[in-house]
Design a protein around this ligand. Structure first.
Ligand code: ADP
Length: 823
């Protein structure tokens, strides 16, 4: 007795129920497939109804006709007995509705009162929500007030779409309290579902309107672009990018990764936040040389040697080592040779040697500056999650050079430092390790890149700061500074022709005699390399270009060539200032000027012109003599990143409590050297006749101040030991140190003189300074082999084993007080 004919109950505000008698009307007569009448299960409860209206619907094309019956529900009933009469059924029923007195009784029940209040409140809420939504009038509200609550529950529930089982269970709820409870629950559920549906609609509507807005704006933008004739659309842009990516020849795994990123990009709107960064990233992937390489031609060692010789003067040993390196590459192109590291002061040709290696190998050359790199991300790149992230310098360099097998110069590898942002040196270790650099991982790129085809060459000013593991991967080739003679040759053969060419001049216009170049070297430059020399020559060339052009008043220039008047230049030349002026004749090339000026005689540089252009001499030989005018000053030789240097040490005494003051940007080691020097001198005060036998304490009632002039340059290292002692002995003895003597050497507490580094550079610096005698530690004798004989022959080299040997040589006539004491 479970099945019942389906009724679809629609809510009528008047309380009348409509029943659409649908196709199921003939269910009871249905025959199953075997022509057996189907057994129909009737529910044992039902609703008695009165037919109010019957209407015939429009006939469908299939010939079916729909009838609509409007029924008014009267009361629930229960079926007592069911019988068939012909083609339809009849039933004996008992009405189930309550009598009036029953009703009155229930209405007194507090539980019922509460339930009906709850139901009404819920129903009220539902009605207001529906009213808000459909903007209907308050007709339904009237129902709440007029219809008894138990009927109201039926009416409300009938208006929702609830399952058939729920409908039956509602029908079975004869008990009023049960019915109200169920109805409240159903109304609440309906209310919730309306709210959820509303929320969803709101969201969808919001999105729709945003995307519609974007669409509109984009259409407008397109129209503006078309109007401007600027048709490179985003679509074209992405298509170009895709073409570029396809042509980049990425390895399959990277291609897959790039494709994924491209798909993401295609889904994005250009105005979306990640669009630009994604585009830039894909651009980089497409621009990187994954396969593109310079064709390596058959290496001709003879040609490579000629090329090195024609570009660089001297440097015999170094060129020889480079040829060896190239020879190994020729025999075994994929040999994992050491990474060459050129070490030397600035301007000695490190970069130009590296570029010559590239030319000899027929490869492209790219220079990566590592000076001041403290952040590991500079080498490895930032992760793309950071705003403004970039690839590291290596990947950037490869993108610039456009081939995967360039010669890459890691410039100033000694200038990388480490701090909280990581250690760039450890990233460089990976770069230089042939085992690891096949899959170099740049954080920005986020896919491995094969660096194994790159030839690395490094440069450094000093070896010391390079971390040992990094140094271990490299072969250090030292390039000490040049002697004045070498500089002269470099200038005459390489620098002057290049400088003239750069300024549109040649030897027909300007001649710089050897004697003048020597003067520039002696008086205007004091450096290990030739960079300042080249700069000074360029200044001469610039001034000469102006002079030559100005001298042409009388010569008719071709009409395109403009006269260059320069009262400003004249006044600056008269002031003896450095002249920084570029001459760019409009529409005229150098050749034209040369032709126009050919008839004049060449301008020969003389001393007067040097002074006009470069100013008064910056350095002269008398300097040491002038500076050692009083006792307490000595001349040391030190080694800096710029090569050898002459360093004065000044000591003075004043009234005090026996303190030692040190100034001049000193490191810890040099401060310790000063302490040692002081101790040594005090310990030998009587022996050296610096103090009388009674008054042995040299510091009694006085302070000592030691200063290293040129305070802006940081100084450190032990090699000033002997110079410090000499200055102190000079101070206490009130005897002047010889002005023609310079010294270097570490001193132990017991007075032994230990060898130091950078001897060649130091001796060259002394020579350049016009110093005639150099005191060196005895154990540095072997290092003199590196010093050119021309320099050695002009110097007197004095070797010292003990501090006393140094003092013996540093003072005029030896160390008389010591001899005296021996007597
Ligand atoms: P570094 O890299 O050592 O600082 P560079 O290689 O830039 O120095 O050299 C500076 C300039 O000096 C370049 O123009 C270079 O050609 C020139 N130069 C240096 N040494 C020589 C040399 N031995 N022969 C010819 N030119 C040289």
């Amino acid at each position: 007795m479970l099945r019942i004919r389906r009724f679809y109950l629609d809510l009528f505000t008047s309380g009348v129920q409509t029943s659409k008698n649908q196709e199921e009307t003939s269910d009871s007569h249905k025959l199953n497939g075997k022509n057996q009448p189907e057994v129909i299960h009737w529910h044992n409860r039902g609703v008695a109804a009165r037919a109010l209206h019957l209407s015939r619907g429009v006939e469908k094309p299939s010939g079916r006709v729909t009838y609509i019956v409007v029924l008014e529900g009267l009361c629930r009933f229960s079926v007592q007995e069911l019988t068939t009469r012909g083609t339809y059924y009849t039933a004996r029923i008992i009405p189930l509705d309550m009598t009036k007195s029953d009703m009155d009784q229930v209405e007194q029940d507090p539980e019922f009162v509460m339930l009906s209040r709850q139901f009404k409140a819920m129903a009220m809420e539902l009605i207001s929500v529906l009213e808000q939504k459909q903007k209907t009038g308050g007709r339904t509200k009237v129902l709440l007030e007029t219809v008894p609550v138990h009927k109201l529950a039926d009416i409300f529930v009938a208006s929702f779409e609830i399952s058939f089982e729920e409908q039956l269970s509602m029908l079975d709820s004869v008990d009023l309290k049960v019915r109200l409870l169920k109805a409240t629950e159903l109304v609440d559920r309906h209310l919730q579902s309306i709210r959820v549906a509303e929320k969803i609609t709101q969201k969808v509507e919001g999105q729709l309107s945003k995307s519609q807005k974007e669409f509109l704006l984009r259409q407008q933008m397109r129209a503006i672009k078309e109007e401007l004739g600027d048709n490179d659309d985003e679509d074209d842009d992405v298509a170009t990018l895709e073409r570029k990516m396809k042509a980049a020849g990425m390895p399959p795994n990277i291609w897959k990764h790039a494709q994924r990123e491209l798909r993401r990009l295609k889904k994005m709107q250009p105005q979306q936040p990640g669009y630009n960064s994604s585009h830039v990233y894909l651009d980089l992937l497409a621009d990187l040389p994954w396969q593109k390489a310079s064709e390596e031609h058959e290496l001709d060692l003879k040609a490579a040697k000629d090329h090195l010789d024609s570009d660089h003067y001297g440097l015999v040993k170094i060129k020889h080592r480079i040829i060896e390196y190239l020879a190994v590459r020729k025999l075994k192109p994929d040999a994992r040779g050491p990474v060459l590291c050129f070490v030397g002061p600035p301007g000695v040709g490190k970069t130009s040697l590296a570029s010559s290696i590239a030319t000899a190998l027929g490869r492209k050359f790219v220079r990566i500056s590592l000076g001041g790199v403290k952040d590991e991300a500079d080498i490895r790149g930032h992760r793309r999650t950071y705003i403004g992230s970039m690839p590291g310098r290596l990947i950037d360099g490869l993108k610039r050079v456009g081939v995967c097998n360039p010669v890459m110069l890691l410039d100033e590898i000694d200038k990388t430092g480490s701090d909280v942002r990581g250690d760039p040196a450890s990233a460089l270790l990976e770069v230089l390790d042939p085992e690891q650099n096949k899959t170099f991982n740049d954080h920005y790129l986020n896919v491995p890149y094969d660096l194994s085809k790159v030839i690395f060459v490094a440069t450094a000013n000093r070896v010391q700061p390079v971390p040992p593991p990094l140094l271990d991967r490299m072969e250090v080739i030292e390039l000490p500074g040049y002697t004045p003679e070498e500089k002269l040759n470099i200038a005459m053969r390489h620098l002057i022709p290049r400088v003239l060419d750069q300024h549109g001049l040649n030897f027909d216009f300007l001649q710089i005699p050897e004697a003048m170049v020597k003067l520039v070297i002696q008086r205007y430059t004091r450096e290990a390399g030739v960079r300042n020399l080249e700069r000074n020559l360029a200044a001469i060339a610039r001034a000469a270009a102006v002079r030559v052009a100005e001298r042409e008043h009388a010569i008719p220039l071709s009409k395109d060539v403009q006269q260059i008047a320069s009262p400003l230049l004249e006044s600056r030349l008269a002031d003896g200032a450095d002249v920084e002026m570029e001459i760019i004749p409009m529409g005229v090339n150098n050749h034209d000027i040369s032709q126009a000026l050919r008839i004049t005689s060449p301008l020969v540089v003389d001393e007067a012109m040097l002074e006009k252009v470069l100013g008064p001499p910056r350095y002269d030989d008398r300097e040491t003599a002038d500076r050692i005018a009083t006792p307490g000053i000595s001349v040391g030789l030190v080694w800096t990143a710029f090569g050898g240097e002459v360093q004065f040490v000044e000591a003075t005494a004043m009234v005090g409590k026996g303190d030692l003051h040190l100034t001049g940007q000193l490191g810890d080691v040099i401060k310790e050297s000063a302490q040692i020097a002081m101790t040594w001198v005090r310990a030998r005060a009587t022996q050296l006749k610096l103090a009388t036998a009674e008054e042995t304490n040299l510091l009694e009632g006085r302070d000592i101040h030691i200063h290293f002039p040129a305070g802006a340059i940081p100084k450190d290292g032990p090699s000033a030991g002997v110079t410090l002692v000499t200055a102190l002995v000079s101070l206490f003895s009130q005897r002047k140190v010889r002005t023609d003597t310079a010294m270097t050497g570490e001193m132990t507490l017991r007075g032994s003189v230990l060898p130091v580094g950078g001897i060649k550079d130091k001796v060259l610096a002394a020579h350049q300074y016009g110093i005639k005698r150099v005191i060196l530690p005895e154990r540095n004798l072997k290092d003199l082999a590196e010093v050119p004989s021309a320099v050695l022959s002009s110097l007197e080299i004095l070797l010292a084993k003990q501090m006393e040997d140094v003092l013996e040589q540093a003072f005029e006539g030896g160390c008389p007080w010591r001899q005296h004491s021996k007597l």
